[in-house]
Design a protein around this ligand. Sequence first.
Ligand code: IMP
Ligand code: MG
Length: 178
Amino acid sequence: MAQPAYEIDMMISAKAIAARIESLARDIEAEFAGTDKLVLVGLLRGSFVFIADLVRELTLPVEIDFLEASSYGDGTESSREVRILKDLRGKIGGRDVLLVEDIVDTGHTLSHVIRLLKTRAPGKLRTIALLDKPSRREVDVRADWTGFEIPDEFVVGYGIDYAQRNRNLPYIGKVRFV
Ligand code: IMP
Ligand code: MG
């Protein structure tokens, strides 16, 4: 079926995102000061732009790995399950890990992935999400750092898609159906 027509209104500019990431990078450097074993784990696909910009702001030695998780409904949104579609390439036992997510919405994905990573006995495990929609939460979880809290709007850009489109927008925009 064709997508309904929509327009995109700018919500967070590229400049505002860049400034926020600079400040988040300083917090992360303070939290992981002295480590030589930090692994940034990006959740595919939405975090790919965020992790690319974040990693270039970090002056710590870091490695990068990726995980792809997919959530699907069984009819009732609150009992959603999360599947791992692509696992990490590397081992994280004893390593410090920063999990990088695009948006925390209901919280199912973040909470599931945190649980999964913990079974592998990492060192310090911290989480960062570019965006957070706290009003949508179904699971009591939050990232250690959040770029921006946003209202219950469907957003795209800066890695985030609507039906796989608009990931290439340099800013975060709000989808408005017309
Ligand atoms: P959660 O498990 O409900 O927290 O789902 C989080 C995932 O849903 C995010 O990583 C996104 O992939 C997707 N998502 C949530 N809100 C939006 C949105 O506004 N636009 C695009 N994707 C979204
Ligand atoms: Mg995602």
